[in-house]
Design a protein around this ligand. Structure first.
Ligand SMILES: Cc1ncc(COP(=O)(O)O)c(C=O)c1O
Length: 411
């Protein structure tokens, strides 16, 4: 597929920032939306808008049909056995919190633990820390080995009969490190422990089949896979349906109230109280169609090529340390150095039209594991070009020299 025609689908890539052509390398935070997704969103509100599941009129039927066909497409996209396993949420954060409140809350009794890792985004860390603090359990953080990958021996030692859940990311949003989630799930299951996979960073780049993985829960966000913000997905394996208790109560999730007692709807409506983000879900469906249209293979191939080029070039810059493993990594590269503060570097790069992320990227435990306070993260998507990578690294080199001079030549 021709990259020029792919880029034409993303009009925002043609804009300028601070008088320079934009080079957008903050895709781990949010990806851009192709025109097809933007059109699906606006078209919905131009011509089909109505509330779902509640009306009998034509527009309500159309909106309901669009929402349910998005659910069916999302289920296929993640290899779920049925659309009933897919709950629409507002994003990965909401999905993880939903598992914590609707499922783990009931399991969190007595002397229990939740196992998570030093590699997690705060979304897959804080809900578990909170649960353990409130219910007297222990949060266990699996450390990283010297290679920046999960310490599997520590994991083996800490999955015990007390563990109610192992919550782990598929791809680190700091180092890009890809976990062998199939192996992790098999290991946890062999000890009777269910597993939640945070697929926020993986969903665009890697094919996912929850059935093959035998995942218990899986979470992702539409805005990291060419869709809009405010939409996400939570997969729950059918074997856990009976263990769910709704925690968000309201319209759409009950079928009756008998003698003062609510009769709850079945999954997935049980966990979808209130009016969903209908236009966002319709646009998410279009994002799935777009990804399938360009093909996952194309996305993986381009992102692997762009990221290895970037990693290679950044690691050759004097005094710059690339965090984490060098192979089997997803589409982000984080760097640190005593030559710059990540914030200063990101601000100067922005002046040169290059959008990157600085700070902890909502992953303080991960930065602590590397003994640093923060980093500068470059994260390409398949619509970036080799020229953009080269220009961004050149710009970064310039920034290093400017900052080196400003701080008295720390290099
Ligand atoms: C690995 C990972 N998990 C969770 C999240 C949170 O996603 P959201 O803000 O869409 O809820 C992110 C966002 O950066 C992430 O990278």
């Amino acid at each position: 597929m021709d990259i020029c025609s792919v880029r034409q689908d993303f009009p925002i890539l043609d804009r300028t920032v601070n008088g320079r052509k934009l080079i957008y390398l903050d895709n781990a935070a949010t990806t851009q939306m192709p025109s097809q997704v933007l059109s699906a969103y606006s078209q919905h509100y131009f011509s089909d808008n109505a509330n779902v599941h509640r009306g009998v009129h034509t527009l309500s039927d159309i909106s309901t049909e669009k929402l349910e066909s998005a659910r069916a497409a999302a289920a296929l996209f993640i290899g779920a056995p049925s659309p009933e396993c897919v709950v629409f949420t507002s994003g990965t954060t909401d999905s993880v919190n939903t598992v914590a409140r609707a499922w783990a809350e009931n399991k969190a009794t007595g002397d229990f633990s939740v196992v998570t890792t030093a590699m997690e985004h705060h979304s897959n860390y804080l809900p578990w820390l909170d649960l353990c603090r409130r219910r007297g359990g222990k949060l266990i953080e699996i450390p990283l080995g010297p290679d920046g990958r999960l310490d599997i021996d520590a994991l083996k030692d800490n999955l015990t009969p007390k563990t109610i859940l192992f919550a782990v990311t598929y791809v680190s949003n700091v180092t890009g490190s890809v976990n062998d989630v199939k192996k992790l799930i098999d290991l946890a299951h062999s000890k009777g422990v269910p597993v939640l996979i945070d697929a926020a960073q993986a969903a665009r780049e890697f094919p996912i089949s929850v059935s093959e993985l035998d995942a218990d829960f899986l979470c992702l966000s539409a805005h990291k896979m060419l869709g809009p913000s405010g939409v996400g997905l939570l997969y729950i394996a059918e074997r856990h349906f009976k263990e769910l208790a709704p925690f968000r109560l309201g319209g759409g999730m009950i079928s009756d109230i008998r003698d003062g007692t609510p009769v709850y709807e079945e999954m997935p409506h049980l966990l979808e109280a209130g009016t969903p983000n209908i236009g966002g879900i319709v646009a998410f469906h279009e994002a799935i169609r777009y990804i399938e249209g360009v093909s996952r293979g194309y996305i993986t191939e381009r992102e692997t090529m762009l990221t290895s080029r970037l990693r290679e070039m950044l690691s050759q810059l004097q005094g710059v340390r690339v965090l984490g493993p060098t192979d089997n990594v997803g589409s982000c590269v984080s760097v640190v150095s005593n030559r710059f503060h990540p914030y200063d570097a990101a601000v100067l790069l922005d002046k040169l039209g290059v959008a990157v992320r600085s700070g902890t990227h909502c992953s303080i435990p991960c930065h602590r594991a590397f003994g640093v306070e923060g980093s500068l993260r470059f994260s390409p998507a398949f619509y970036n070009t080799e020229e953009e990578i080269d220009t961004a690294v050149d710009a970064f080199d310039r920034v290093l020299h400017i900052l080196g001079r400003a701080s008295g030549g720390l290099s």
